[in-house]
Design a protein around this ligand. Structure first.
Ligand code: FPP
Length: 283
């Protein structure tokens, strides 16, 4: 008998989503899912469309997935929307289109976020984004700050290695500031622990992701949350992001529940058996 209170908005799931949800163990739902959204360009290419259309459709997928996440009471959903490398490796026209799309998305969806009790947050080098983009981002965060359901974190201008380097610097500076006087470097370094670094990351206030999803079949982590996903399960689907929906999020959770999470130890027995999981490429 489950001791978990069922989410109050389950009736808003589609029939297909509900069929998958019923196969899940409500006591073993992930608390934090992180998604590498990939394949917008290939989705467009398959349809002989320009890449921009893939990104536009990808923004629609974001909203579908966020709303399903909120209906199942997922506490944390983090989406890799724009990497530090994107800025350098994409044509300027595409980067500025993505920036405009982000603003349009936020302005157009804040009401729906509020209707779904979703709070919007960000991680990444936000201060390096164009001023007007930062202003819209701040506005959307303020408008949704009082929501208590899913926290949607958009990783923007994000790179995990830079995050870790910044975190180590900040952690050492904090340790130094806590001492009564200057410490020799060796002693300062000896005081640095994993906990200090975790608490200096952008994600200090969140649990680490339990599940990372990557769309479009690529078997890479692409500098996303490298520290935080040390023990996460990884699920890769061939589906392109613009075709990804809440149903596919639930399928990924079903597969996650079949995994034996070991955390470096002996682990626990698997909780459920999948009906027909989407092709799983990475375990
Ligand atoms: C990868 O597609 C995806 C991105 C560049 C980031 C995701 C961006 C969106 C989903 C657009 C909207 C986002 C928000 C938050 C409104 P790709 O261009 O790398 O695809 P490809 O590998 O097939 O070329």
């Amino acid at each position: 008998m489950s001791t978990v209170t069922p989410p109050s908005r389950l009736h808003e799931l589609s029939a297909d989503e509900m069929a998958i949800y019923r196969q899940l163990d409500p006591e073993q739902l992930p608390k934090h899912i992180a998604i590498i959204m990939d394949g917008n360009g290939r989705w467009a290419g398959q349809r002989r469309l320009q890449r921009f259309f893939g990104h536009q459709q990808g923004a629609e997928s974001v909203q579908y997935v966020v709303e399903t996440a909120s209906r199942i009471d997922l506490p944390w959903l983090t989406l890799y929307a724009f990497s530090l490398e994107n800025n350098l490796r994409r044509p300027e026209t595409e980067v500025s289109f993505l920036m405009r799309l982000l603003r349009t998305y936020l302005v157009g969806n804040v009401k729906r976020m509020n209707d779904n009790n979703v709070r919007i947050a960000y991680i990444g080098r936000i201060k390096d984004l164009p001023q007007e983009v930062q202003e819209t981002m701040q506005w959307a965060a303020d408008q949704t700050a009082r929501n208590t359901g899913t926290t949607l974190t958009l990783a923007l201008n994000y790179g995990a290695r830079v995050e870790i380097v910044d975190a180590v610097r900040d952690a050492l500076a904090k340790i130094a500031a806590e001492q009564s006087g200057p410490l020799p470097l060796q002693e300062l370094l000896a005081k640095l622990s994993e906990q200090h670094v975790s608490q200096a990351l952008y994600t200090a206030h969140m649990p680490d992701p339990d599940l990372v999803i990557r769309t479009s079949g690529e078997m890479r982590i692409s500098n996303f949350l490298l520290w935080q996903i040390a023990y996460a399960e990884i699920y890769v689907t061939e589906r392109f992001w613009p075709d990804f929906r809440g149903l596919h999020l639930l399928q990924a959770i079903r597969e996650y529940q079949c995994r034996e999470r070991r955390f470096g130890g002996l682990g626990n027995p698997p909780k459920a058996k999948p009906a027909e999981p989407e092709r799983v490429l990475a375990q």
